[in-house]
Design a protein around this ligand. Structure first.
Ligand code: GLU
Length: 514
């Protein structure tokens, strides 16, 4: 690559950054790091009507949380900011007009003065002639109110009046715009089918199209990596580059993220439908209530999330699935980004998260969940993390699935009680309790020796006895090894829970038989 790699993530601040946007940012980041280049965050805030307060902060916090902080973004570009900034488009307003006027002077653009009613009327007229979806372009512009149809005096008057004054790109007729997209190979568009896009709006602000290409040029962006919804606009963009005599960047259009089941684009509503997050962080309504849950709050490890996201549309071509960020940087290449849409498989996301949890040390996990367990001593908490980490797939499940280590079970698995509890075994549980009470060290191995030894000696059958221990101590059959559980609960708690449990099970059986 001869030119310095500079990529930008260019969100519009119109709501929380979704998971698809985060994937785009991740690919930008990986590509920039791989090539020793720069990763820039540019805020495309030219449409003030659609702006949603808090979005920009949200984007920064999300990037920060997953550890892909941009090198240049509003307020931190340093020397580079002087050269390439500002990075918010609303602060660059004057720059764009100059280029739009240059295009007007050179005949590649023109002023238009039509109201939206007049444009609607034109469309309706065309529809009546059987031409649906008519565009403002070579086929219709000759009968509209613009600087190509009006005389200089009328034009001056309308410009001075200042109503509905826009500048439109004049798309040529009968040309083919061809370019090579890194993901999609050769792409081509017929200019005759394209509309004369507005470049400067009536409020004087540039549209996305103009601002985007001017900034990509001035910020010396080498590669534009973005969602496929922008592919068709790229024809306009390439044409503008041509008119301005600029070399366009290379393009890579990423496929959409698809719903976990069936067809269609993943949408924010899927979060409610399928019960999983599609945003990195919580997003709140204006009244402070939660609107969307985030992956962070759902209990994800950020490294696991980026590993999962990296694989949504890319794969290294090997069997390896677990990649640290450094490994992703080494392995990433746009050539291996796939053309087909990637299904958003939350089960796979959970699998990644679980793999990361298992690989983490107990102390690392303890640090992340300690606020849920403020009364628990550090060594107990770490041992707890060690016992539970293979049984959870997110951080919140430590508390929800392992709460019984710190408080009495809230309910008991009745099916198991029904199947395994036999009142005639009470006497054996009492005898084992006596033996356990006499243990000097209440450690997993000793506990196991006592219980297993007793079961063998009295030919009781492991299944029935151990299940009752489990249910009495934890309420569920789903916990970690029962002897390790007893060690962590401690002698006193284990024996009390056993006693209480047996009493309860007996009652339960009586009620069932009554
Ligand atoms: N502002 C556009 C967006 O919100 C940026 C598209 C691009 O990267 O060119 O996605």
């Amino acid at each position: 690559m001869d030119k310095r790699v500079r990529v930008r993530f260019a969100p519009s601040p119109t709501g929380p950054l979704n998971i698809g946007g985060l994937r785009t940012a991740l690919y930008d980041y990986l590509f920039a790091r791989k090539h020793g280049g720069d990763f820039i965050l540019r805020i495309e805030d030219t449409d003030k009507n659609r702006e949603v307060p808090g979005t920009e902060d949200y984007i920064m916090q999300a990037l920060e949380w997953v550890g892909i902080r941009p090198d240049e973004y509003p307020g931190v570009g340093g020397d580079k900011e002087e050269k390439y900034g500002p990075y918010r488009q609303s602060e660059r307003k004057d720059i764009y007009l100059k280029y739009a006027l240059q295009l007007v002077d050179e005949g590649h653009a023109y002023y238009a003065f039509d109201s939206s009613e007049e444009i609607d009327a034109m469309r309706k007229e065309e529809e009546e002639k059987g031409n649906t979806g008519a565009k403002y372009n070579h086929a219709t512009r000759d009968r509209m109110k613009n600087s190509l149809t009006l005389d200089p005096k009328q034009i001056e008057e309308l410009k001075n009046k200042g109503e509905n004054v826009v500048i439109r790109l004049k798309m040529p007729v009968g040309q083919e715009i061809k370019f090579t997209d890194i993901v999609r190979d050769s792409v081509s568009f017929q200019t005759s089918l394209l509309d004369d896009k507005v470049m400067i709006k009536a409020d004087g602000m540039p549209t996305y199209h103009l601002a985007n290409i001017v900034d990509d040029h001035l910020m010396e962006i080498s590669h534009v990596i973005r969602g496929e919804e922008w592919l068709s606009s790229t024809a306009h963009h390439i044409y503008m580059y041509q008119c301005l005599g600029w070399v366009p960047p290379q393009f890579a259009h990423l496929s959409l993220l698809l719903k976990p089941v069936g067809k269609g684009k993943l949408s924010k509503r899927d979060s409610a439908t399928f019960g999983f997050p599609v945003f990195p962080l919580n997003w709140f309504n204006e009244d402070g209530s939660l609107q969307f849950e985030g992956f962070k709050e759902y209990g994800f490890i950020p490294e696991a999330l980026i590993n999962f996201l990296a694989f949504l549309g890319w794969n290294p071509g090997t069997e390896q699935e677990i990649f640290s960020k450094e490994e992703l940087i080494q392995a990433f290449s746009l050539d291996k980004v796939v053309k087909s849409g990637a299904r958003f498989d939350i089960e796979k996301a959970k699998w990644f998260n679980q793999q990361y949890l298992i690989a983490m040390s107990n102390a690392e996990i303890a640090a992340l969940i300690s606020s849920d367990f403020s009364n628990v001593q550090q060594d107990t908490l770490e041992a707890f993390c060690g016992l539970m980490k293979e049984r959870v797939d997110n951080l919140n499940e430590f508390a929800s699935k392992g709460y019984f280590f710190f408080e009495k079970p809230k309910d008991w698995d009745q099916k198991t009680i029904r199947k395994k509890y036999k009142v005639e075994n009470d006497i054996h549980f009492k005898a084992m309790a006596e033996a356990l009470k006499n243990l000097n060290s209440f450690e997993q191995e000793e506990i196991q020796n006592v219980i297993k030894g007793y079961i063998t000696e009295h030919e009781l059958g492991f299944g029935n006895i151990l299940a009752i221990y489990r249910i009495a101590l934890t309420g569920t059959m789903k916990g970690p090894d029962i002897f390790a559980t007893m060690e962590l609960l401690g002698k006193e708690v284990s024996l009390i829970r056993l006693q209480d449990g047996l009493r309860l099970f007996k009652e339960f059986q009586k009620e069932e038989n009554a």
